[in-house]
Unconditional design. Structure first.
Length: 268
């Protein structure tokens, strides 16, 4: 097979370049704590993958390598074929959109419109094109009617959707969500799930919410003690009681992972 093209222009061969390739990634913090011990992970374009694991497993450390906040470890990380290294960081940070657990860490402008426009404007988008970019991002999360509202007047669930829009406005290669369902009421949780299912973007979802992982992500990866301990279809992985117990993952009482669709995420 020919090597996939690296050009950003659309071509059939681009679809063969994974959204994310992590190879042999190891990292120790300056205090000597070793957080990652050689992580290998490939996420194909359009996949939705849940990153599971107990606290202290290395999930945050892995995520911080995806957009170059941490870079000093061994191994390599590539996003859409582009190595995460100093000379590529500006482009990498456009390609990797991270939605933080607390939307207030992401929303700081007087209005929703200004928050969503901030990233594209900083990248040089202006005028009508900027307006279209903002409206399209807000429409994708069902928040177009709230463009002139101050973010702090919105509900928590609405703020989280706006935070997703701020990232989508940059047209990322991969959307990284940190505990997206945390602190959401049931209706907001369902609304966000519907939005995430509708997006034509690669998703890596870091979560302790195992039913949400089962609902949204056909594939799950367990990171435990700095290594990939399991990588399988979500339903199979969650149904493995011994594996779950070994890595301190617990399903809610009465939840049956085998009853959940893991392939057809739009099924009802």
């Amino acid at each position: 097979m020919k090597k996939p093209a690296r050009s950003p222009s659309p071509s059939p061969s681009m679809s063969f370049v994974p959204s994310l390739e992590v190879s042999g990634l190891a990292y120790a913090y300056p205090d000597g704590h070793q957080a990652l011990f050689g992580v290998d992970l490939t996420v194909e374009r359009g996949e939705r993958v849940a990153l599971l694991g107990p606290n202290g497993a290395g999930k945050t450390t892995l995520v911080l390598h995806l957009n170059g906040i941490l870079t000093a470890g061994a191994g390599t990380v590539s996003v859409a074929g582009l190595r995460v290294e100093q000379r590529n960081l500006k482009e990498i940070r456009r390609k990797v959109g991270i939605v933080f657990q607390d939307p207030d860490d992401q929303l700081f402008m007087p209005t929703v419109r200004e928050d969503v426009a901030f990233g594209p404007a900083a990248a040089g988008v202006r005028g009508e094109e900027l307006e279209r970019t903002v409206r399209r991002a807000l429409e994708r999360v069902g928040m177009a009617d709230y463009a002139d509202r101050p973010p702090h007047h919105l509900s928590f669930g609405q703020r989280r959707r706006v935070a997703v829009a701020t990232v989508l406005a940059m047209e990322p290669e991969i959307l990284v969500l940190d505990e997206p369902s945390s602190n959401l009421d049931p209706a907001s949780r369902r609304e966000l799930a519907d939005i995430l299912r509708s997006l034509n973007v690669t998703v890596l979802m870091v979560t302790h919410d195992l039913p949400y992982a089962a609902e949204l992500c056909p594939r799950s990866v367990i990171l435990s003690e700095g290594v990939i301990a399991a990588d399988a279809p979500t339903g199979e992985l969650l149904a493995d009681e011994e594996l779950m117990r070994r890595h301190r993952l617990e399903l809610p009482f009465g939840f049956d992972p085998t009853a959940r669709p893991t392939r057809n995420q739009g099924a009802h």
